[in-house]
Design a protein around this ligand. Structure first.
Ligand SMILES: NC(=O)c1ccc[n+]([C@@H]2O[C@H](COP(=O)([O-])OP(=O)(O)OC[C@H]3O[C@@H](n4cnc5c(N)ncnc54)[C@H](OP(=O)(O)O)[C@@H]3O)[C@@H](O)[C@H]2O)c1
Length: 240
C-alpha cells in the first residue's frame, strides 16, 4: 500500500464515491470519517465488503476541535487528506439574512471554512510526522473541496443563488492558497478542487455529472496538480 487516503465526510455523496473508488484501487488504503457511523449504512457496507485492511471507519465532526483531538491518536499513517465535507443548505439573500448565530452566513462559514481549517491544523502535524510504508516517493497532499461557485470570474453562472455558500467557498479558496504556502516548507502540497456539478443530495437530480465520473477525474487530477492551484475535476484550471 503506497497511498493511504483519509476522506473527511464519507457517508454520502462525493465522499462515499471517493471511498468506493479507492477501495477498489490497487495499492490504496482508505480511512474514512462520518459524523454518525451508526447512520452511515452504505459506508459501513462498503467497508465490510472491502475488508478492514482496505477501509477503516472513524467518527468525526470536523467542525469540532474536541472531535478532531480524539480522532488523531487512533489514525494510522496517511499521505492523502481529502477534506470533502461541506454544506449548501442555507440560502437566504445576503441583504436580508440575520447575522446572529446561527445565521446562514456564519453557520455556513463554520462548516465550509472553519471546518477545513481546524481539520488541517489538527491533522497536518500527524501527517507530517508519519510515513506510509512504501509511499515515500508519492509525497503528501491535502485536497480542499471547493466549488466553481467560489469563482468571482464565473459569478454569472449562478448569479444571486447560494450566496452564503459562494462567499464561504471563496474564503475557503484564499484559505487554501495561504495554507499551501505555509505547507510548502513541510513538503506537503495542497490543491483546491471543483468537482463539477454532480448528482448528489447537494447537487440535485438535474446535475449533469455522475459521482463516479467526477471522482475518477478528481483522483487523477489531484496527482498532477501544482500546490496552491484551483483545479476542476476534469484537469482544467478553474479561474479564481
Ligand atoms: N454536488 C455538487 O454538485 C458539488 C459542486 C461543487 C462542490 N461540491 C462540494 O463537494 C463536497 C461534497 O458535496 P456533496 O455533493 O457530496 O454533498 P452532500 O451529498 O450534501 O454531502 C455532504 C457531506 O458533508 C458532510 N457534512 C456536512 N456538514 C458537516 C459537518 N458539520 N461535519 C461533518 N460533516 C459534514 C455530510 O455529512 P452528514 O451526512 O452527516 O450531513 C456529507 O457527508 C462539498 O464540500 C460541496 O460543497 C459539490
Amino acid at each position: 500500500m503506497t497511498l493511504t487516503y483519509l476522506v473527511i465526510g464519507a457517508n454520502r455523496g462525493l465522499g462515499l464515491e471517493f471511498v468506493k473508488q479507492l477501495s477498489e484501487k490497487e495499492g490504496c488504503k482508505v480511512l474514512a470519517t462520518a459524523r454518525d457511523l451508526q447512520a452511515a449504512g452504505e459506508l459501513q457496507a462498503l467497508a465490510r465488503k472491502a475488508g478492514s485492511d482496505k477501509v477503516q471507519l472513524f467518527e468525526l465532526d470536523f467542525t469540532s476541535e474536541e472531535s478532531l483531538a480524539s480522532l488523531t491518536p487512533s489514525l494510522p499513517p496517511f499521505n492523502r487528506l481529502l477534506i470533502n465535507a461541506g454544506t449548501n443548505s442555507l440560502r437566504d439573500p445576503l441583504l436580508t439574512s440575520s447575522l446572529d448565530m446561527p445565521s446562514d452566513l456564519l453557520k455556513t462559514f463554520e462548516i465550509n471554512v472553519l471546518g477545513p481549517l481546524k481539520t488541517v491544523r489538527a491533522l497536518v502535524p500527524v501527517m507530517k510526522d508519519a510515513n506510509v510504508e512504501g509511499g515515500e516517493k508519492e509525497g503528501k497532499k491535502v485536497m480542499l473541496m471547493s466549488s466553481e461557485l467560489a469563482s468571482i470570474e464565473r459569478i454569472d453562472i449562478k448569479g444571486t443563488n447560494s450566496p452564503s455558500y459562494s462567499v464561504s467557498k471563496t474564503a475557503l479558496n484564499m484559505l487554501g492558497a495561504k495554507l499551501a504556502l505555509e505547507l510548502t516548507p513541510l513538503d506537503i502540497d495542497l490543491v483546491i478542487m471543483h468537482p463539477g456539478w454532480v448528482k448528489t443530495d447537494m447537487g440535485g437530480e438535474f446535475a449533469p455529472l455522475e459521482p463516479a465520473q467526477s471522482i475518477a477525474g478528481m483522483l487523477s487530477t489531484l496527482e498532477s496538480a501544482h500546490t496552491g492551484s484551483f483545479m476542476g475535476w476534469d484537469g482544467k484550471v478553474t479561474p479564481w
